[in-house]
Design a binder for this molecule. Structure first.
Ligand code: AMP
Length: 235
């Protein structure tokens, strides 16, 4: 893809914990050769390195809460100015509050269309998925392990698969509560935009990937029609 692309793809993938947004964001970003920027990955990396950021955020992450908006906005603001973000990016895990969404609108002014896709999955399915989720300690890819299945190595790189420390039952409950309270309102924040789409996250992974690509293409087509109509009106 992409040699013919003129518009950068600036994509926000929304969804509850366990909706599959990380997996889909990785896949989409690889296919389009743009960076996937996951604020959760940035924070986990900081915790692992025991950097100042990691020390400040570890406790909030371990208990399923949200790190302060100002800190998250500063991280994303800096990340989006890097050279590799020039052709677009996929944001996974940000924004998570209306304040972060407002800041993202301000950060991206003049940088092309902000496409927002919500991957929607009902709560009971999320709880089952999170209990089965394992992540690779090496490459970060997520895998679903069936009950009783003894998969210990990542299919992609052979790294060790581990349960994320915040995927335990008590923390999952808190993360879903925080999602409903702080993040779900984002759907209403974005819903009236021409650049927002919702897709069904209960399909197979390839079907969700296809729906995500179709949603992005649909937004880009809608926006380019809008631009040519207004250019016609101006001429
Ligand atoms: P995630 O991998 O996206 O599920 O993020 C893991 C944890 O990192 C979350 O439960 C939060 O504690 C923290 N986190 C990640 N992104 C954000 C954000 N945009 N705002 C606040 N906290 C965040």
């Amino acid at each position: 893809m992409s040699n013919e692309r003129r518009t950068p793809i600036n994509l926000v993938v929304l969804g509850a914990p366990g909706a599959g947004k990380g997996t889909q964001a990785v896949d989409f970003a690889r296919r389009h050769r743009i960076p996937k920027i996951s604020t959760g990955d940035i924070l986990r990396d900081a915790v692992q390195r025991r950097s100042e950021l990691g020390q400040r955020t570890k406790e909030v992450m371990d208990t399923g809460g949200l790190v302060a908006d100002e800190l998250m906005v500063a991280i994303v603001r800096e990340r989006l100015t890097r050279q590799d973000s020039a052709d677009g990016w996929v944001l996974d895990g940000f924004p998570r509050t209306v304040a972060q969404a407002t800041a993202l609108d301000e950060i991206t002014v003049g940088q092309g269309v902000l496409i927002v896709v919500d991957i929607s999955v009902p709560d009971d399915a999320l709880i089952t998925r999170l209990a089965r989720r394992r992540v690779c300690g090496q490459c970060g890819d997520a895998t679903s392990v069936a009950a009783g299945e003894a998969v210990t190595r990542c299919a992609r790189c052979g790294g060790e698969l581990v349960l994320r420390s915040d995927d335990t039952a008590a923390v999952v409950r808190e993360r879903l509560r925080v999602y409903a309270e702080a993040t779900k309102p984002l759907i209403y924040y974005y819903a009236s935009r021409l650049t927002f789409r919702a897709i069904d996250g209960q399909q197979s992974q390839p079907a969700v990937a296809a729906a995500l690509t179709a949603a992005v293409d649909d937004v880009l087509a809608a926006v380019s029609v809008r631009i040519s109509v207004s250019e016609g009106a101006a001429g």
